[in-house]
Design a protein around this ligand. Structure first.
Ligand code: COS
Length: 378
């Protein structure tokens, strides 16, 4: 199993790394504190093709495979996790939703817009339907050539910044077979942004409630087949979870690099604290955790690129990488001592940002369910 990037992909990864160094790292703290991603930055990223990482080239995107996509998301997350999740959601469950399940007309109409930076959101979760995603209650009632959507979605990443939302709603009876997916224009009457969440981390990425009240959507905006929305969501989340693993690896790497630098420069008891075995062991455990997480992430991405079933591997990568990201950030704070607890040092932000990676796109407990079910079936 080799995870090589092509020359073009490596060049893109390096260009993204350079862009992060020049344009994102200097304002990452500001993004966290102001809870806003500057509009100018979004536009500059469009110039690099970031909004179309996973959109096919014939529709204006870069058409990256999963391995290259993970390498790019890791770079972005290393610089600014809030920005990386906005990009990851837009690409992995936005652009790919249309590219994989859309009609030719939908692809032609939507993908070039999305690749140019018209941001997508993914609205599955509801106040009473989180881990049990098949229990959603938002309804889509057929009326002539339209469906009328009613319900409330919560924890919608990009919900405010987006121009399009992939909404999951019930077109049939109970259970997962009654769910369909729709592409809904944000400007549609009857769709409004509700509460904006104030979060522990990823503060630059908007997370909102979306309220649908008599929101009329043409039948042509169903994504995939009626009644197939749940399977579509699950299959997209396989890829999304690999992307969250990449994000977790990026945050962990950022924390590790800061801790390593600090261990080599901070002096106590007459020498750098990295001379102490207690610190050396932490550094060794952190680096090993990151390497392990990256390998699991790359294995899942490599399998996805070959069309192999990778639900279990995606969940393993997400579970391991997210939990290790929290571990690595915790150790990075520890190595910084009291300085790790104040905002002047970025490890404080990394620690907060890492925490959500074991919550969203399926909690660690859900990943364990997915992994165990696949190991214990006939
Ligand atoms: N890819 C394609 N189809 C899948 C799939 C996948 N990865 N996982 C499940 N399915 C299909 C199953 O094959 C089944 O279809 P059929 O009955 O037609 O064969 C259907 O989906 C239902 O599957 P299952 O019985 O496993 O569903 P459950 O209700 O038990 O739910 C979990 C499974 C818990 C794994 C799912 O609800 C889940 O992932 N929950 C977390 C949701 C989440 O990640 N939310 C975050 C939202 S984005 S921030």
């Amino acid at each position: 199993m080799r995870f090589d990037l092509t020359d073009d992909q490596r060049a893109l990864r390096d260009a993204v790394r350079e862009f992060c160094r020049e344009e994102i790292l200097p304002i990452a703290r500001q993004i966290d504190e102001t809870e806003t991603i500057p509009a100018g930055l979004r536009q500059k990223m469009a110039g690099l093709g970031i909004w179309g990482l996973l959109a096919p080239p014939e529709h204006g995107g870069l058409g990256l495979d999963a391995v290259a996509y993970c390498a790019v998301i890791e770079e972005l997350a290393r610089a600014c996790a809030a920005l990386s999740i906005s990009i990851a959601v837009h690409n992995s469950v936005g652009c790919l939703a249309v590219a994989q399940f859309g009609s030719e007309e939908q692809k032609k109409h939507l993908l070039p817009r999305m690749a140019a930076g018209d941001i997508a959101a993914f609205a599955l979760t509801e106040p009473d339907s989180g881990s049990d995603a098949a229990s959603i209650r938002t309804t889509a009632r057929a009326e002539g050539d339209s469906f009328v959507l009613d319900g409330t979605k919560v924890f919608v990443t990009n919900g405010e910044a987006s121009g399009l939302v992939i909404v999951f709603a019930r077109t049939g009876g109970e259970g997962h077979r009654g769910i369909s997916a729709f592409v809904v224009e944000k400007s549609t009457p009857g769709l409004r942004v509700g509460t904006k969440e104030l979060k522990m981390g990823l503060r630059g990425s908007d997370t909102v409630e979306l309220v649908l009240e008599g929101c009329r959507v043409p039948r042509t905006q169903i994504l995939g087949r009626e009644g197939e929305g749940f399977r579509l969501a699950m299959s997209l989340l396989d890829g999304g979870r690999i992307g969250v693993a990449a994000q977790a690896v990026g945050i962990a790497r950022a924390a590790f690099e800061e801790a390593r630098r600090y261990a080599m420069t901070r002096e106590q008891f007459g020498g750098p604290i990295g001379n102490f075995q207690a610190v050396q062991w932490m550094i060794a455990d952190m680096a090993t955790a990151i390497e392990g997480a990256r390998l699991l992430m790359m294995r899942a991405a490599w399998m996805k690129d070959r069309g192999l079933p990778c639900t279990r591997e995606a969940s393993m990568a997400k579970l391991y990488a997210s939990e290790k990201a929290s571990f690595v950030c915790d150790r990075a704070v520890q190595i910084h001592g009291g300085y790790g607890y104040i905002r002047d040092y970025p490890v404080e932000r990394y620690y907060r940002d890492a925490r959500v990676t074991s919550l969203y796109e399926g909690t660690s407990e859900i990943q364990r369910i997915v992994i165990a079910r696949s190991l214990l079936k006939d």
